[in-house]
Design a protein around this ligand. Structure first.
Ligand code: BGC
Length: 841
């Protein structure tokens, strides 16, 4: 990434009037910054996000540009592979540029504090170092392609409940030792050119007004980029600007923009602060080449090499949690495979909310498994149960004809094509004025004969016609609003029709924008009505199969930005489905298509379990590769999976109440809690099996004394002792044995992933520095001030030694623990940190 040419930024700044500078402190619309044409600053665009670069369009559109959908954050977390995540970051950097954007709103590095948090799928891990190392890699990859990343959401936005107002109540040590750490890595090691502030408050104050936090980023970590708010998350004009926020998003401006110019004119804001805002932004835009942007049109690409990379990443993220000799399935000798589960034919490639992208094509696990097993194997399917909260969008190509006015009359002004029956837009397309109307037509050709449910959700007026007959009419009197489409969409209207296999029916929508507030929406849903004996059918078919593959999970209606889950239980009757098929056939493999941990009450009774995550557009192929053994399950858990929600450390302090969520577990997040309290999780942090076996040899450490300022390299020989290639993640935890403050039992300080062929042995080198041993000392200023206020009773009082806050490597013994999970420690070494005053020091 080239350095910014300071003189260019200075010249621009000097050439701009106050009002022009102020305009550059706020977006112009949802995805753009304003052009200041008089001085030659072009319009610059930003795009979400962590799982794909959607470009300047809303999430959830059936039309528009397509984007490569990469595995979600927790899946990337499960790869534990910095090199791979860097390549994924580079892919998204290229995609952002194809969408003519120079700012990528990613990565998301909040922590997995509770398994229930709605956006866990977007975030990498419960561990700040793993999150930080992967975030830095993602950023290096993306920024290497000429975009600025905006690591988000700064900070403690670890849940969605009341996300705009909630105050995360967190003590200073916990903040420093956990929640700030991924951001620190993103800035120091990744060089992120942007930081996005969080919606929530931290200890009572809005994150977009926390000058102290932004000062940590600039003064301690050397952050040189720009700070933007989360969407509509700016709290105030002068307080936010003085705190160090540079850009309000999105536009049109509310608290910043012209209001900043007024604040300067009234003497409420120093113009130097405005100059700093503009210069932070312009320096970044200059560094990524955005000041020379030429106004190209966004485009979609679907490249074989990018599909391949996404498939590699997806396979590398799949965690083999359990294997009782069932996997891999030998396709040559397996005659009958039964696939069950709602996610087998309606998979979730990503979670809900702003991370969503519209991928160029989809292939379901069922289709991928059929293709992989080949014609000699019979692959049957029984859904067993369904988990849709609303009826899924009808995915057929659709032609939309736009007309002027609300009445569908006159000539067509514009004809566009969509991949599915869903139109979501902020007003009419270019070239069409408000009010407008359209007719959308597509052909449905069901694969099976049966009873189908058709639904309509709308914002505006709409009616649904089947073969020219009106089936659902929301035109004359539109249905009431619901929470769909952020509250703009209506309740679902529904009707049932009998359809014949392979008989074509025409589906049409007549839509008018009149009465639509804000967003124009039409969604047609379609699903086959589930047979009443669906569970029995699945169990009966399981008894006849050689192997059962149950693809169960959630969807973006269950895991999404905007709300938290209320339970770890799989939605609907899925636990019952797994129980029934496993009772009928113990050779049942459960594939969990979820972004975050779920309860597995059947875990002891099934043949194998794989955690698929939301694996991106190539997830189905990657699953098939793992099932047949064409690929190795490369993932390890980036987050502990407890037996019960009640065992999780945030239990009782999640999701908060009375606008406060207390981080009552403090430092004891995830494995830090389970390991310290001696509560065994179902599957520990770092866990994951392979199709081969590994041995982790005796680690070599050159010294047994560590002095502050040293760097320590621990060498670990790893051998593949099995008969297949595979990858192992070597993990190094530090356990302080006689810490002067409360500390977790052990903490991950280094890791490395190695791929080894059968019989291969390789040395892995893990490097440690001060921070591997350090804790955050909050200093003594407060204690001294408090003591001064205690009345002098004449009794002796201990004096508090004066100490400023900072990282401390306390003298004492530390154990270095090397293993393959936080619970599978293979070797322990002792290192002593001598007392600074001792002769050994
Ligand atoms: C999300 C951000 C996202 C932004 C723009 C917000 O609601 O919290 O992560 O980048 O929207 O879509």
């Amino acid at each position: 990434m080239p350095q910014s040419d300071n003189s260019r930024v200075e010249q621009l700044l000097a050439a701009m009037r106050l009002d022009e500078k102020a305009l550059l402190t706020a977006g112009e619309d949802l995805w753009s910054l304003p052009a200041i044409e008089r001085v030659g600053i072009p319009k610059v665009r930003v795009t979400d996000g962590p799982s794909g670069a959607r470009g300047p369009q809303l999430p959830g559109q059936g039309g528009g540009w397509t984007s490569v959908c990469v595995p979600c954050g927790s899946a990337l977390g499960a790869t534990w592979d910095v090199e791979l995540v860097e390549r994924v970051g580079a892919l998204l950097g290229r995609e952002a540029r194809r969408k003519t954007c120079h700012v990528l709103l990613a990565p998301t590095v909040n922590l997995h504090r509770s398994p229930l948090a709605g956006r866990n799928f977007e975030c990498y891990s419960e561990d700040p170092r793993l999150s930080g190392a992967l975030a830095a890699a993602f950023i290096r990859g993306a920024q290497g392609e000429g975009v600025a990343t905006t690591v988000k959401h700064f900070v403690c936005n670890d849940a969605e409940t009341e996300r705009y107002t909630m105050s995360s109540v967190v003590d200073e040590r916990t903040l420093r030792e956990l929640y700030l750490v991924p951001f620190e890595h993103a800035v120091r090691d990744g060089g992120s050119l942007g930081i996005m502030t969080a919606y929530n408050r931290l200890n009572g104050e809005w994150c977009s007004e926390r000058g102290d936090l932004l000062a940590i980023a600039r003064d301690e970590w050397g952050f040189e980029g720009f700070v933007l708010t989360d969407w509509y998350g700016v709290a105030s004009t002068t307080r936010s600007a003085d705190a160090g926020v540079d850009l309000e998003m999105p536009g049109p401006p509310r608290a910043f923009g012209p209001a900043i110019a007024t604040a300067v004119e009234r003497g409420e804001l120093d113009e130097a602060r405005l100059d700093a805002q503009v210069s932070h932004l312009l320096s970044v835009l200059d560094r990524v080449g955005a000041l020379d942007a030429t106004g190209e049109e966004p485009r979609s690409e679907d490249l074989p090499e990018e599909r391949e990379l996404v498939r590699e990443a997806s396979a590398a993220s799949i965690v083999l949690l359990e294997n009782r000799g069932v996997l891999p399935v030998d396709s040559a000798t397996t005659g009958r495979v039964l696939v069950v589960g709602p996610n087998a034919d309606r998979p979730s490639f990503n979670g809900g909310g702003s991370a969503q992208v519209g991928q160029a094509y989809t292939i379901t696990p069922l289709q991928a498994l059929r293709a992989s097993f080949g014609p000699a194997t019979e692959v049957r399917f029984e859904p067993g149960t369904r988990i849709d909260r609303t009826v899924p969008t009808l995915e057929v190509p659709t032609e939309v004809e736009y007309h002027a006015g609300a009445g569908l009359g006159g000539e067509a002004l514009l004809v566009t094509s969509l991949r599915a029956f869903e139109v979501v837009s902020l007003g009419p397309p270019p070239g069409v004025e408000k009010p407008f109307s359209f007719r959308a037509v597509g052909v449905l050709e069901p694969e099976v004969t049966g009873r189908y449910e058709l639904t309509l959700v709308q914002s505006g007026r709409a009616r649904l016609l089947v073969d020219g007959e009106v089936l659902l009419d929301g035109f004359e009197s539109p249905p009431p609003r619901s929470s769909a489409y952020l509250g703009y969409g209506s309740e679902e209207m529904r009707a049932f029709v009998e359809l014949e296999a392979h008989a074509k029916v025409e589906i049409a929508i007549e839509y008018s924008s009149s009465g639509a507030r804000g967003v124009n929406v039409v969604k047609v849903g379609c699903r086959e009505v589930l047979a009443e004996d669906a569970l029995d059918r699945a169990a009966a078919a399981a008894a006849e199969a050689d192997v059962v593959i149950a693809v169960v999970g959630t969807t973006r209606e269950w895991e999404s930005e905007g709300f938290d889950r209320v339970s770890m239980t799989l939605p609907g009757a899925q636990d019952e489905l797994v129980r029934r098929v496993a009772a009928a056939n113990p050779r049942t493999v459960v594939a969990l298509n979820t972004g975050a941990p779920v309860a597995m009450p059947w875990a002891d009774d099934v043949g194998a379990i794989v955690q698929l995550w939301f694996g991106g557009q190539e997830m189905s192929g990657a699953l098939a590769d793992i099932m047949t053994g064409d690929a190795e399950p490369g993932g390890r858990l980036p987050t502990s999976i407890p037996f019960r929600l009640e065992d999780n450390p945030s239990f009782g302090n999640f999701p908060g109440e009375s606008s406060e969520v207390r981080y009552g577990e403090g430092l004891f997040v995830g494995y830090r809690w389970y390991d310290t309290r001696g509560i065994a999780p179902r599957y520990p942090f770092g866990h994951g099996l392979a199709y081969t076996t590994f041995s982790i040899g005796e680690p070599a450490c050159p010294v047994s004394v560590f002095r502050s300022g040293d760097r320590l390299a621990v060498t670990v020989p790893v051998a593949n002792t099995g008969s297949r290639g595979g990858s192992q993640v070597v993990q190094l935890y530090v356990a302080p044995l006689d810490a002067p403050v409360v500390r977790p039992e052990q903490e991950l300080v280094a890791f490395a992933k190695v791929h080894l062929e059968p019989g291969e042995v390789r040395d892995v080198v893990l490097e440690l520095d001060d921070r591997a041993f350090a804790y955050w000392d909050v200093g003594t200023a407060e204690t001294i001030a408090l003591r001064a206020r205690v009345p002098d009773t004449g009794r002796p009082r201990p004096e508090a030694e004066e100490r400023s806050p900072g990282w401390v490597v306390a003298p004492g013994s530390y154990e270095l623990r090397v293993g393959s999970s936080s619970a599978a420690i293979a070797h322990r070494l002792r290192v002593v940190v001598p007392d600074a005053g001792s002769p050994d020091a």
